[in-house]
Design a protein around this ligand. Structure first.
Ligand code: NAI
Length: 459
């Protein structure tokens, strides 16, 4: 009875991915008694099956492209072969160093790390094996997993990103179903590694959530790289045998390849974990929350991919930190999806933050935009990349969106995010000196132009 009346923990965190471990670390810093429960590996999808291993493949792909394109810069070189087991050793080396570092951080913090499958038994209790943990607050951070389509069985030559990350050879040909973020990143990797690649996207453009001019530029660049892009294409079914896959489209076309990568989105992991025992409402598996990440049940929060909206690791970190500070009574500012930066690491890279032009028009009535072509940017010319930076401002108001495409443009997201996150006016950014020669100057030039004083651009 006494144990029930006085919970052992201030906070129970269910799930040790980006959202969960960030929450536990911040709770510990703030002196809250916290237990972090994880059934698999600390670090979750981002570290073991997502961001980190994928970006390692993308870096290996960039190395291959650099070697293949060397003659363009007067360096005669070629790619002899892609040694996938060696690529995977490099990838796993990165993952395992980061995993060890994270384990060290968590064990050095005052966190009770509990390995096991947690089941929510009430708003203040989680059962792990024979033990029941009690806490004043519960944070649900169980993340997401790759989804499939109804009737589309994953297995063998039909795989999601989970299996594609561990392929021990480069397939001769790949069909990618879904031209969203995962689809275009893997299409980019496989093409750089020498596979014939086709992307099937149901909507009219690749990366449909991006600014339309960015989507068009990506499609053009992909076609130039020899990636076949089938947009407005509806998937009808797939057959597989030892020879490969035959993918049927609704228009009657059949496409053949060695493997089919299914990248049609990710679904929340929430079933079978007792959320209903705590009375937590779900919507198609997601856990809706208010702006302060509170569920419908007092004391129960949700963070990361479980919460409807952007599914990004850094959103999860921000959610986790926010909840810890909210519980500690620090009244943190809510995490808003519209100021969360997004980077898609395909070649060419896409980076964006804030509103697209049409979303800004819907919100502000009228907007001004300026696109600065990387053709006028010295460093981009040195790198041999094309692309552009587009800045969207409310008329006579702050910058509300920045959209970029081109090699390495992901590195420019830091400044873009500060501009949008701080509601900066182009006139505030224009006097800031941007180092020369950098790709960063393209952002400077776009703001100069919007402030009415273009330097390396026409008014
Ligand atoms: P997504 O939602 O970005 O893209 C899925 C795509 O599949 C959409 O374009 C959709 O129209 C298309 N699609 C759906 N059903 C289809 C069908 N029957 N036939 C053809 N196309 C169909 O989802 P994705 O790419 O699986 O990524 C999941 C999440 O992971 C995203 O929220 C993404 O932001 C996140 N992520 C982020 C990364 C990054 O920040 N660099 C990297 C990888 C994933």
């Amino acid at each position: 009875m006494a144990a029930e009346a006085s919970p052992r923990y201030d906070v129970l965190v269910l799930g040790g991915g980006s959202g969960g471990y960030a929450c536990a670390l911040r709770c510990a810093q703030l002196g809250l008694r916290v237990a972090l429960i994880e059934r698999d590996k600390l670090g979750g999808t981002c570290l073991h099956r997502g961001c980190i291993p994928t970006k390692a493949l993308l870096h290996a792909a960039e190395v291959a492209d650099t070697a293949r394109d060397g003659a363009r810069f007067g360096v005669n070189s070629s790619v002899e072969s892609i040694d996938m087991p060696a690529v995977l050793r490099y990838q796993q080396g990165v993952v395992s160093r980061l995993h060890k570092g994270l384990q060290g951080l968590v064990s050095a913090a005052a966190i009770d790390y509990i390995e096991g499958v947690g089941e929510v038994t009430s708003a203040t209790t989680v059962r792990v094996g024979d033990e029941t943990l009690t806490g004043r607050h519960l944070v649900l951070a169980t993340g997401s997993r790759a989804r499939s389509l109804p009737g589309l069985q994953i297995g063998g030559r039909v795989m999601t990103s989970d299996a594609a990350l561990g392929l021990t050879h480069v397939p001769t040909s790949v069909i990618v179903l879904g031209g969203g973020v995962i689809g275009v990143e893997f299409a980019s990797v496989f093409r750089s590694f020498g596979a014939a690649v086709t992307v099937i996207e149901a909507l009219p453009t690749l990366v449909p959530a991006e600014e339309p001019s960015i989507s068009k530029a990506l499609e053009r660049a992909f076609r130039k790289r020899g990636i076949e892009c089938r947009t407005n294409a509806r998937f009808a079914g797939v057959d597989q045998d030892e020879a490969g896959v035959a993918v049927r489209l609704e228009d009657g076309t059949t496409l053949n390849a060695e493997v089919l990568l299914v990248a049609v989105g990710r679904e929340p992991v929430s079933a079978g974990m007792g959320f209903e025992a705590a009375g937590v409402a779900t919507d198609r598996g997601f856990v809706p929350t208010d702006e302060r990440l509170r569920t419908n049940v007092p004391g129960v929060y949700a963070v990361g991919d479980l919460v409807p909206g952007l599914q990004l690791a850094h959103r999860g970190f921000a959610h986790g930190v926010f909840v810890a500070e909210d519980i500690a009574g620090l009244a943190p500012a809510p995490v808003l999806d519209r100021t969360i930066p997004k980077v898609t690491y395909c070649d060419p890279e896409i980076a964006s933050v804030g509103l697209t032009e049409s979303a800004a028009c819907a919100e502000y009535g009228d907007v001004q935009t300026y696109s600065y072509n990387l053709g006028g940017n010295g460093k981009s010319q040195i790198l041999g990349t094309s692309g552009f930076v587009m800045v969207v401002r409310a008329v006579d108001g702050p910058v509300v969106g920045i959209h970029m495409i081109g090699a390495r443009m992901g590195e420019q997201i830091g400044e873009a995010q500060l501009v949008v996150g701080w509601d900066a006016m182009p006139e505030d950014v224009a006097p800031l000196v941007h180092a020369h020669p950098t790709q960063n100057e393209a952002l400077g030039e776009a703001h100069l132009a919007l402030a009415g004083k273009p330097l390396h651009a026409h008014a």
